[in-house]
Design a protein around this ligand. Structure first.
Ligand SMILES: [Fe+2]
Ligand SMILES: [Fe+2]
Length: 142
């Protein structure tokens, strides 16, 4: 699917997130404790280093151009995922079901943004509006 250049940095981060989801799924289904532990660590690392900032950037850059309904849905999904990642990060022992539930929610969220939210933004906003909204994407992540 075609992605507007202004949204491509976020889409690239979604792709990276989906690779982590794939590894968590693989580990959970393998039943291999070492793989599960490694996938858990990678999920927590991805959250701390990349995804928490990604969520913050989306909140700052996207919310101003969303409809009330889109904003409500983005807030709901981000809040649920922040809670899920906090739970995965807090447990002392890797919990494959907890990590898998978190990864599946992340997958569904990235798919929703790609297939629904970004498509709606591309259809509704002009090139200039999209470029303006996403102009502070890099700065907002710092
Ligand atoms: Fe998001
Ligand atoms: Fe996203």
């Amino acid at each position: 699917m075609w992605r507007h250049p202004a949204l491509r940095p976020l889409s690239r981060e979604h792709f990276a997130a989906l690779l982590v989801v794939r590894d968590v799924r693989w580990a959970a289904h393998s039943g291999d404790l070492a793989l599960i532990a490694r996938a858990n660590r990678e999920l927590v690392r991805a959250w701390r280093q990349d995804l928490s900032g990604h969520f913050d950037r989306e909140d700052r850059c996207l919310r101003p151009v969303l409809t009330a309904a889109e904003c409500q849905e983005l807030d709901r999904q981000h809040a649920a995922l922040r809670a899920a990642f906090a739970q995965v990060a807090e447990v002392a022992e890797p919990d494959p079901l907890l990590a898998l539930a978190c990864a599946e929610a992340l997958h569904d969220h990235a798919r929703w943004e790609e297939s629904t939210l970004f498509m709606a933004l591309q259809a509704r906003l002009s090139d200039a509006e999209l470029a303006h909204a996403l102009a502070s994407l890099d700065a907002a992540g710092t």
